[in-house]
Design a protein around this ligand. Structure first.
Ligand code: HEC
Length: 587
């Protein structure tokens, strides 16, 4: 066939297709294919332009009867192909927008960590939520805009996203999503239904996030199973019950932590009666490497602090991600309350190792030292608040510190090499349960059931090496204490504390209901900013020097998660979970 003949044939086919269009389609889509009241324009239509001829053919065959587009399955197959090609021709010059061009599953890559990544629950091993990123600063934060929203069908997310190579990893109850960091588009999704028979926070579906290592993503399920997912696809690689063989109410809510080529995680459920532990697992198989129990059995160190019955389910949960010091290979893991919470008849004594920070050898899980914030607790005073590791000159001496604002109302500074107490000072106006913390590190207890209730909680905190202030959310409240305490309504404050003296340098009273269970912690950045969520749902950026609000976004939901920041493609972003949404902000 000559070239001329070929051209002639093609144009004959084109004429045929145009005729077919006039006969069968133009009544609704218009003679010029620019649309009528009965059908949308098909020329210069990006939704049409982005489809292949085969996709268009299949669409014509199928139709969309519900939306008014008939099926053309009655036409000969060749005619449908001609129409599909015709639709492509009339869109040959159509500009397809960037969102339409995005591949639904772009390849997820992982190489060397990038400086702007946020690779662990707290963004670093020290648990200090102080980011070196400073593109967003006090002068331009007012320009911060919402870039995207990713909804998860669950109200009350507590996750901190991880960010690596332009991908965010977020969790809901028994769900993990990999999101495109620039668009919020889901790249993959892993989920399973809620487990039956769950109690406590695990039953509510609480989950605080994932850990990543090379080609793997790790997270815990509501029933305390540790899972490894394929980082590229979200497919399940292995699953291991963290508490195998134990018939107790173990729950899983923690974001695991990757340390020394192991995945370290803890368990929830002390309020329902468990024997807590921290454990490390192999990333390739899920096999147990070590397990450290937080409550001793007969014959073990610490059992002398349980002077009643042997504590089969003594509590000491481990549901908040610990911190890690690579220079000494030490994990600092916080533990929760003894069980039963308010009933101490069977447990006279200090009840080790509840309400502690445990300094563990990260290779073996062996205890190096411990510090107990509230011995013999009667008021659910979990010490599951962040343990922030800071190296700084302290009272004239270069020091390796551990900073901790406890639920019992005291702010602590410890020498983290040996657990020695350097400072303990109330950070609330009203602390009645103990008069002070003695030089030996033990509280001078006045009334074990005294105030406060819930002075601080698991929400993130930050120390700025520039201002040398420690930032956290404090709750002035005393509920359920002995009668005679006049004000039980409570008030939340964002507070900045001088770590050498324990003095409150500034504070910002928080709008909204204090009793609302809002646990949006603090992110500080080298841009001299603090980001945090207010009890009324206002996501806020403040000046580190004085707490002054510089920017705010009304999420209009109760915030239960702490913000993070990352950079990708040369731009800094701030992401936070609020209610059922992951929100991402940028300039
Ligand atoms: C009875 C009216 C009617 C006829 C006849 C009709 N269409 Fe449609 N068509 C529609 C409507 C209405 C829609 C919008 C459907 C929707 O909203 O999903 C549509 C949608 C489409 C779309 C998708 C457009 C988009 O923006 O996503 C294509 C492609 C299309 N029609 C092609 C054709 C072709 C080719 C023919 C002839 C073979 C044809 N239609 C005949 C009513 C019609």
């Amino acid at each position: 066939m000559s070239r001329f003949a070929l051209l002639f044939l093609l144009s004959a086919q084109q004429l045929f297709a145009q005729q077919l269009f006039t006969n069968r389609c133009a009544g609704c889509h218009g003679e010029d294919a620019r649309g009528t009241a009965k059908g949308p324009g098909l020329a210069m239509n990006p939704r049409v332009a982005e489809q292949s001829a085969e996709q268009l053919r299949a669409y014509l065959e199928r139709g969309n009867a519900g939306a008014g587009m008939p099926s053309f399955a009655d036409l000969p197959a060749d005619d449908l192909v001609s129409l599909a090609k015709y639709l492509r021709r009339i869109n040959a010059d159509t500009i397809v927008g960037p969102e339409a061009a995005t591949e639904p599953t772009r390849k997820i890559s992982w190489g060397a960590p990038q400086p702007g990544d946020w690779l662990t629950y707290n963004g670093n091993y020290s648990a200090n939520r102080y980011s070196p990123l400073k593109q967003i600063g006090t002068l331009n934060v007012s320009l911060l805009k919402l870039k995207w929203v990713f909804p998860i069908a669950y109200f009350g997310l507590e996750v901190t996203p991880l960010a690596a190579n332009g991908v965010l990893y977020v969790t809901g109850p028994n769900q993990v999503f990999a999101l495109d960091a620039l668009t919020g588009e889901a790249l993959w999704h892993y989920s399973r239904p809620a487990s039956t028979g769950m109690v406590g926070d695990a039953r509510l579906g609480t989950n605080r996030g994932v850990a990543i290592l090379r080609d793997r993503v790790f997270f815990v399920t509501d029933n305390a199973h540790l899972l490894a997912l394929d980082r590229a696809s979200g497919k399940l690689l292995w699953e291991t019950p963290m508490a195998s063989g134990e018939q107790q109410h173990y729950g899983g809510t923690v974001a695991p932590l990757v340390v020394n080529e192991t995945v370290v995680a803890g368990v929830a459920g002390a309020d329902e009666g468990i024997r807590g532990f921290v454990a490390a697992f192999r990333p390739d198989t899920g096999a147990l490497v070590w397990r450290h129990w937080t409550v001793p059995r007969r014959g073990e160190p610490g059992i002398e602090t349980w002077q009643g019955k042997e504590p089969i389910a003594g509590g000491g949960s481990t549901w908040l991600t610990g911190s890690y010091d690579p220079s000494s290979d030490t994990l600092y893991w916080p533990t929760g309350n003894p069980w039963p919470d308010g009933d101490d008849r069977d447990r006279p004594g200090d009840n080790l190792y509840t309400n502690c920070v445990l300094a563990l050898n990260a290779k073996t899980g062996d205890l190096k030292w411990h510090y107990q914030f509230t011995p013999h607790d009667l008021k659910d005073r979990d010490a599951t608040e962040p343990n922030v590791l800071v190296d700084t000159v302290y009272k004239g001496k270069p020091s390796r510190l551990l900073l901790h604002a406890d639920r019992n109302g005291f702010f602590y500074v410890l020498d983290r090499t040996n657990g020695e107490l350097l400072l303990a000072k109330p950070f609330l106006r009203r602390v009645d349960w103990a008069k002070s913390i003695g030089p030996d590190g033990r509280p001078v207890v006045a009334d074990p059931r005294g105030c406060p209730s819930d002075a601080a909680n698991w929400d993130a905190t930050a120390f700025s090496p520039v201002t040398r202030l420690y930032y956290f959310m404090a709750l002035e409240e005393c509920v359920g204490g002995p009668t005679g305490y006049p004000d039980q309504t409570g008030q939340r404050f964002l507070r900045a504390v001088n770590i050498e003296t324990g003095e409150i340098v500034w504070e910002v009273p928080q709008p909204g209901p204090a009793r609302a269970k809002t646990w949006s912690g603090v992110l500080a950045t080298a841009g001299d900013l603090i980001f945090y969520g207010q009890p009324n749902g206002g996501f806020t950026a403040a000046d580190q020097r004085n707490g002054k609000t510089l920017w705010q976004f009304p999420t209009n939901v109760r915030m239960k998660a702490s913000p993070m920041t990352f950079s990708f493609g040369g731009n800094q972003y701030i992401a936070v979970a609020a209610g059922p949404n992951i929100l991402c902000f940028g300039l």
